[in-house]
Design a protein around this ligand. Sequence first.
Ligand SMILES: [Zn+2]
Length: 62
Amino acid sequence: MMPQHSPARTRLCQDCDGFPTVAITTGTRTPDGSRQTITVACRTCHGTGRAALTAARIFVAR
Ligand SMILES: [Zn+2]
């Protein structure tokens, strides 16, 4: 039998639930008439959408 390959679980960032970047409408209009948006990256996961590497400490080696 082939050993069961368990896929590495992608842990979503607790802070942003996997939506690390959010475009926010500033309300300001650019000179050409389009809305100006700013993109904010999650501080916890630094825009990766995944839990921080320190989360690996949750798994205790037996
Ligand atoms: Zn995040």
